[in-house]
Write a protein that binds this ligand. Sequence first.
Ligand SMILES: [Zn+2]
Ligand SMILES: [Zn+2]
Length: 346
Amino acid sequence: MKKDALFNKKGKEILKLELDAEPFNRMTASFYKYFELSDPYAFRDELFRKWDKLEIFGRIYVAAEGINAQMSVPAHYWDDFLNILDITPELKGIHIKRALQDGNSFYKLTVKVRKELVAYGVPEDSYTMEKVGNHLSAEEYNDALQNPDTVIVDMRNYYESEIGRFENSIIPDVETSKELLPEVKRILEGKENEQVLLYCTGGIRCEKASSYLIHHGFIDVNQLQGGIIQYAHDIKKKGLPSKFIGKNFVFDDRLGERVTEDVIAKCHICGDTCDTHTDCKNDACHILFIQCETCKNELAGCCSKACKDFASLPIEEQRIRRKDPTQVVSRTFFDSRIKPKLSQNI
Ligand SMILES: [Zn+2]
Ligand SMILES: [Zn+2]
């Protein structure tokens, strides 16, 4: 097979139109696993070949330390997808988390090889994946939260916590994930003997973070099994109260899954209560921000008047101006941390 066949070639707009026209439903699912891979590139090619045949879309990262996958599977191929996992020794028996809301989550298949699954940038000898925190079920997590001495830390990025979080959780004030672990260690200083609860979207970030904290002397480190995605499922299934309020930010086109009806964020333009993330329609900007319906209509989906004006120029004119950095309208008034590179965060 030619190498070209292992990558997607079509443009985004065409792919999105094709997705909308599909006569079948898709199921959104995610999974991760830490394991040692000697040849991540060969593993990547093999997965791409098999999943592409089943018209699976998604964003998958493969590294020498394992896999992290978010995907959208045609409902009629669901069993075949499970079969592939089953006959792949590294993925056999892997725990799959289903999304709360399916929707159109991905429009193409991307399988990338990365250096690390979670880019915390901490030295390799500051954690060991053999020693990670205890995994707590939704029920156990809720119970632990009753203890007034428990410390709960959100291991995600600011823009994720902004629309949904566990009650009373600490939201570390960092700009990038590289600063996160040292900052969490600093926040927790003096609490080495107390119960620490960590949580993230799907669990993968807490695996490494808990290992790092254990390595630095914390004795009772716990993490939410399967992250908020699994928690949201389990509280619904078991009729438990949700200690997580608001929306769970997800890294696909849906940008969030509603867990409770609470809306805890505000429109970044007018300050009205709103928790809908959107990305600026100005192709030179594409900042991720929160915008209410009224502001969306007023600014044509852009983050500012400047972006709206730029986006309404003829495409040719935009292209010419984009070559000159002084002419590019973007990031007009937002804090840098509100502009994540979605594909690089998990
Ligand atoms: Zn607004
Ligand atoms: Zn903009």
